[in-house]
Design a protein around this ligand. Structure first.
Ligand code: NDP
Length: 334
């Protein structure tokens, strides 16, 4: 088995010297255990923030794996599982060992994906898809005809939220970091407008594209972009704070403080709520099945940014913070 070890804490942008691949000899499996072989490994921004405080440590992360040996009848050889096993090629485990973020066991057999690739269990039909589905519907409480703004719009979560907003009859505006990404959002995914935050004055752009103001904001990035959006929200607007990637690599503690514009929140009586998808852990399969249905009906499109080979996981991770990916970033193990 091979696994990624994080040797030193990330300071600023993650880089290759933070990581090392280590070989491990696994023991024989015991009663109730199974051995799973990774097919796809997930690469996500939260991994930057959620590592433990001691180094070296094993790299965390979800993966889609196939059971290749088993002494557990619930997980027979050949079953596909989604588990938070970390960045490793082979894993011996049993269900009661699997916890994620201190919560209940987080391991499940994949629902029937039919002809669709199992890699979708890391993206549109997995935790990412559920972040979009529950985060947007439950926190933003969108209504048809409302104007929705999404930051980080061409990423895995953002591109999904925008499409759900269109399915629900909203006007949708996305911000992303390149013209190509913006073109994809409008031409392929049906966003009404998309603006490149690196080259566009977002305040002016919003005044033009949302002349009646913003009702819902799904925030993936935080920082200045979010201050601009909040300032143009309507009274009683709803903000789902999903992530704040613009600050994840910031080393200056002063700059890390988000520019929260309290005046707008009070004046417009906004409802701003942070959430973690784990809150909806009990409804995991419900979210997956809804997203699977939309994918099958052609209502929900997805892009996977697939890096080939286990050794490319560190590059994939570094690329997230440079905006290299469109849609879900993941690694095909072999
Ligand atoms: P993405 O696929 O969106 O990948 C990250 C993207 O972030 C990049 O492609 C890049 O796109 C953008 N980005 C990077 N740096 C910056 C910056 N400084 N300013 C603005 N944008 C930047 O990742 P995910 O969809 O997996 O995650 C999106 C957000 O959702 C993250 O903040 C993540 O932490 C959060 N999240 C939260 C969960 C929850 O339970 N609350 C669960 C899952 C994710 P671009 O080219 O547009 O800059």
């Amino acid at each position: 088995s091979r696994k990624y070890v994080v040797q030193t804490p990330f300071v600023g942008e993650p880089n290759k010297s933070n990581f090392k691949i280590v070989e491990e000899v696994l023991p024989a499996i015991a009663e109730n255990e199974f051995l799973a072989e990774a097919a796809f490994i997930s690469v996500d921004p939260y991994q930057r923030m959620k590592l433990g405080a001691t180094f070296p440590c094993d790299m965390i992360g979800g993966q889609v794996a196939k059971v290749i040996e088993s002494r557990n009848s619930e997980y027979p050889v050949g079953s596909w599982v989604m588990g938070h096993f970390g960045w490793r090629t082979h894993t011996i485990t049993k269900p009661e060992n699997e916890k994620f973020c201190g919560q209940k066991p987080y391991l499940y057999k994949l629902p029937d994906f039919g002809d669709l690739p199992v890699s979708l269990a890391l993206g549109v039909c997995g935790r990412v898809g559920n972040t979009a589905y529950f985060g947007f519907k439950e926190i933003c409480q969108p209504k048809a005809g409302e104007t929705v703004v999404i930051s980080g719009a061409a990423g895995a979560v953002g591109s999904h939220v925008g499409q759900i907003a269109k399915i629900l009859g909203c006007r949708v505006i996305g911000f992303a970091g390149s013209d190509d990404k913006c073109e994809w959002l409008v031409k392929e995914l049906g966003f009404d407008y998309a603006g490149n935050y690196k080259t566009t004055n977002l305040a002016d752009f919003l005044k033009e594209t949302a002349p009646k103001g913003v009702d819902c904001y799904f925030d993936n990035v935080g920082g200045e972009i979010s201050s601009t959006v909040l300032s143009q929200m309507n009274n009683y607007g709803r903000v789902a704070v999903c992530g704040a990637i613009s600050g994840y690599n910031e080393t200056d503690p002063e700059k890390r403080k988000a520019t929260m514009v309290q005046g707008y929140i009070v004046g417009k009586q906004l409802k701003i709520e942070g959430f973690q998808v784990n809150r909806f852990a009990d409804r995991t399969i419900e979210g997956i099945n809804q997203n699977l249905k939309w994918v099958r009906e052609g209502k929900l499109k997805y892009k996977e940014h697939i890096y080939e080979g286990f050794e490319s996981a560190d590059d994939a991770f570094i690329g997230l913070f440079r905006g290299d990916n469109i849609g879900k970033s993941l690694v095909k193990v072999k």
